[in-house]
Write a protein that binds this ligand. Structure first.
Ligand code: NAP
Length: 305
C-alpha cells in the first residue's frame, strides 16, 4: 500500500494524525495539506505533517491520487466545491467527518466521478484540536467506518480500506444512514449530555461553582474532558445529524424521567436492576476492545525535525 500524492484538506488532529501514521508506515510519498490559517499551515510544516501547505483547496488536490477531507462537517461541501476545478476524475475522494449522510449530500454533487467517493469516519479522537494535537498512534487498533454510497466502485473502497489498515485501524463498512444512527447513541448523545452537565455547572453562582471545581470527582472530571471538545465540530455534528440525535434524545429523556420517578418514590430495586444491567454493558465494551485510555496530545518536542 503506497499513495504517491496525497492531498489533505484541513490539517488538524485527525488528518494530521493520519499524515504522521502514514509516514511512519512508509505508505505515502508527497503530502500536500490545505488550511485557511497561516499559523495552521506553518505549524503543520514544522511538525512534518505535510511536505507542502497551501490555502487553496484546488491547488492542494492538483495531481493528487487520493484526497481526504478533514475539515468540520459543515465545511465539507464548501471545500469540495472549491477543489472541484483541479480535481482529477481519477482521484479517490474520502473524508473523516463524524456524520455521514449529510456530508454525502453536501460533497457528492461537486465530484467529477461519484464512483471514486468513499466517505469514512475513524472512530478515534481526543478533545484537542489543530496540528499540535496530532500523534501517530491515534488509529492503532481503533475502528474506522467506511460508508460507500450506491455509486462507489469496489476498487476505491479497497484502496481507502488499505490506507486505514496501514495506520493500524480495523475497518468496517455500513451505509451512511446506519452510521449516523449508531454514532448518535455511541458518541453524539454522550457529548450532548456532557455539554449539558458542564453547562449546568457553568451557570451556577460563583461560590457553588468554585466548590464544584475544588471537589470535582471522577465522574464530573470525565464530563469536563468530553465537554472541552471542539465547539465548531460539535455544533456541526448536531446540526448535521439532527434526526438521529433527536430520536435518541427522545428515548434518553423518557429513561431519565423514569429514573427521576424511581428516585422520588424510593424504588431502590429499579435503580439496582438498571445499574446491574449497565455493568454488563461495560463488560461488553471492554470485550469489544473499545475501552481505551484517551491519549493526550504529545508535546511539540515530538515534532519531526
Ligand atoms: P481540527 O483539529 O480542528 O482541524 C480542522 C482543520 O480544518 C484545521 O486544519 C483547520 O485549519 C481546517 N478548517 C477548519 N474550518 C475550515 C473551513 N471552513 N475550510 C477549510 N478548512 C477549515 O479538527 P479535527 O478534530 O481534526 O476534526 C476534523 C474532522 O474529523 C471533522 O469533520 C470531525 O467531525 C472529524 N472527526 C473528529 C474527531 C475528534 O475527536 N476530534 C474524531 C473523528 C472524526 P484552519 O482553521 O486554519 O483552516
Amino acid at each position: 500500500m503506497r499513495i504517491e500524492r496525497l492531498a489533505l484538506i484541513g490539517i488538524g488532529l485527525i488528518i494530521g494524525s493520519l499524515a504522521l501514521a502514514l509516514r511512519k508506515a512508509g505508505a505515502v510519498g508527497e503530502i500536500v495539506a490545505c488550511a485557511r490559517g497561516d499559523a495552521t499551515r506553518a505549524r503543520a510544516l514544522e511538525r512534518g505533517l505535510c511536505d507542502r501547505a497551501v490555502a487553496d483547496p484546488a491547488e492542494a488536490v492538483d495531481g493528487a491520487e487520493l484526497v481526504v477531507l478533514g475539515v468540520p462537517p459543515g465545511a465539507c461541501g464548501d471545500v469540495a466545491r472549491a477543489m472541484r476545478r483541479r480535481l482529477s476524475a481519477e482521484a479517490i475522494v474520502s473524508d473523516v467527518g463524524s456524520v455521514k449522510a449529510q456530508i454525502v449530500r453536501d460533497v457528492a454533487p461537486h465530484l467529477p466521478d461519484r464512483r471514486r467517493f468513499v466517505p469514512g469516519h475513524p472512530v478515534a479522537g481526543t478533545e484537542h484540536s489543530g496540528p499540535d494535537a496530532a500523534f501517530d498512534s491515534l488509529f492503532q487498533n481503533r475502528r474506522c467506518i467506511l460508508t460507500p454510497i450506491e455509486d462507489t466502485d469496489a476498487a476505491a473502497v479497497v484502496r481507502v480500506r488499505a490506507m486505514w489498515e496501514a495506520v493500524g485501524a480495523r475497518v468496517d463498512t455500513m451505509t451512511p444512514e446506519h452510521h449516523d444512527r449508531v454514532l448518535a447513541i455511541t458518541s453524539h448523545l454522550p457529548h450532548l449530555i456532557a455539554y449539558t452537565i458542564v453547562g449546568t455547572v457553568a451557570d451556577l453562582e460563583d461560590e457553588a461553582r468554585t466548590e464544584v471545581f475544588k471537589y470535582a470527582a471522577g465522574g464530573f472530571t470525565d464530563f469536563t474532558r468530553i465537554a472541552a471538545s471542539d465547539p465548531t465540530m460539535w455544533r456541526d455534528v448536531f446540526l448535521n445529524n439532527r434526526e438521529a440525535v433527536l430520536e435518541m434524545l427522545g428515548r434518553f429523556t423518557e429513561d431519565l424521567v423514569a429514573l427521576q420517578r424511581a428516585i422520588r418514590w424510593g424504588e431502590g430495586e429499579k435503580l439496582f436492576e438498571l445499574f446491574t444491567r449497565t455493568r454488563a454493558i461495560r463488560r461488553g465494551v471492554i470485550e469489544a476492545g473499545q475501552a481505551y485510555q484517551r491519549q493526550p496530545a504529545p508535546p511539540a518536542s515530538n515534532a519531526r525535525p
